[in-house]
Design a protein. Structure first.
Length: 408
């Protein structure tokens, strides 16, 4: 049935739907009597229920300023300039009125570019027609309207990425020193979610999450030790625990007071197997070194490695080079090895671990939660051995790596 085109004022619309609202007549009955589309009547009723009679007012739609140019087959030079000026005006509006959208970061590449364009169309659609904006931005109107209906609804892909972002923020809050590789390892271990390192890296970049740890620069090598040569000489391959042990002493600060922390590291799985912390003696405290060494030797005996050979590698520090210190080792199957003077790259395992631990202890741990430096260091050692995933161990913890291979 053909229906004549006519203009309806807000009062006319209300008069038409009043019997429907008052339940005097059905919608289909009014549609037949007045020869009006039932769909249009339904929209009027819904709008009235939501916004009242004000919602029934006719809204003026902006015209398409490009229409008079785009429909012509050929344009004069003046019309071409006017057409380009009009496009530039719209593009300037886009740049001025572009605002970020909370959902946009879930998408990527082409999808993200389209979302940006659709957002801009929505922002300035009250000044220019949607058709002209879509034409300038090279997007389809149907695509825009489809986006408009679903813009506040996340699909499964976007929900997963949002949830991943929340996991990353939680881990970064607990461990600010962790990079994206280690964050992904923690996600896999704690949640069981398997995603690529690249995806975690991308989400970290979007969330502006970066590891707060720093690295040290390379230094030139020095001279060999007179007493003990560099037996390891860059060969750090190990097949069992206590095959190669490294040690170092570092100065730490606890509540504005300096302390010396000496620890022993098993190269096999980066496990701290002995340590001691004392008030600072500028890293030359004899009691500090002896207690840490005794702690390591007791661990070696307790775990059943007393009679197995061990290469013990350190720098050329005063205590490490002393005869009294090395005489303690004579009762054990331990061979000494030393780095060249001033050459930390000869002992990269302990230097790297030392650097990471000193950064992480001030980033990931709150000193104010500890009463003594001993409790503080105990927690750091426990975190390193039982909780911290290591890249060299395929992102397993030292204890996890050792026990999975069947070693004590």
């Amino acid at each position: 049935m053909n229906r004549p085109n006519r203009s309806w004022s807000a009062k006319d619309k209300y008069d038409v739907i009043k019997p429907i609202i008052n339940m005097e007549k059905s919608l289909s009955q009014v549609s037949r009597e007045l020869n009006i589309s039932s769909g249009m009547l339904h929209r009027w009723v819904e709008v009235y229920k939501k916004d009242g009679i004000k919602g029934l007012e006719n809204k003026k739609k902006p015209g398409n300023p490009l229409m008079k140019y785009s429909r012509k087959k050929s344009l004069t030079e003046l019309e071409k300039l006017e057409y380009e000026n009009m496009k530039l005006r719209i593009e300037n509006e886009l740049l001025k009125k572009r605002i970020p959208n909370e959902r946009r970061w879930f998408a990527c590449n082409i999808q993200e570019q389209k979302q940006v364009r659709f957002e801009i169309v929505e922002i300035i659609s009250n000044e220019y027609s949607i058709q002209s904006l879509c034409e300038v931005l090279n997007v389809s109107r149907s695509g825009y309207y489809k986006w408009l209906k679903t813009k506040d609804v996340l699909n499964n892909y976007e929900i997963n990425r949002r949830d991943l972002g929340e996991l990353i923020k939680d881990i970064h809050k607990r461990k600010p020193s962790y990079g994206y590789h280690r964050i992904n390892a923690v996600i896999k271990r704690e949640v069981g979610l398997v995603v690529s390192d690249n995806l975690v890296h991308k989400v970290c970049k979007i969330l502006n999450i970066k590891s707060k740890a720093k690295h040290y620069k390379y230094k030139k090598p020095g001279e060999q030790s007179i007493k003990f040569g560099n037996i390891i000489n860059g060969n750090w391959d190990t097949k069992r625990p206590f095959e190669k042990i490294v040690s170092d002493t570092t100065k730490i600060w606890f509540k504005r007071k300096p302390y010396d922390w000496t620890f022993y590291l098993d190269v096999f799985n980066n496990e701290i197997v002995g340590y001691d912390v004392r008030e600072s003696m500028y890293c030359n405290g004899i009691l500090n070194h002896r207690n840490a060494l005794t702690n390591m030797l007791n661990t070696k005996i307790k775990r059943g490695y007393k009679d197995l050979d061990t290469i013990f590698h350190t720098d050329q520090g005063t205590v490490y080079s002393s005869m009294s210190f090395n005489n303690i080792l004579s009762s054990f199957t331990i061979t000494r090895s030393m780095s060249r003077a001033g050459t930390p790259t000869d002992n990269p395992v302990i230097e790297s671990k030392n650097g990471w631990l000193k950064k992480e202890m001030y980033i990931d741990f709150d000193i104010n939660n500890y009463n003594t430096v001993y409790d503080f260091i105990d927690d750091i050692v426990y975190d390193n051995n039982y909780l911290r995933p290591s890249y060299a161990l395929n992102y397993k913890t030292p204890i996890e790596y050792r026990t999975q291979l069947g070693f004590n």
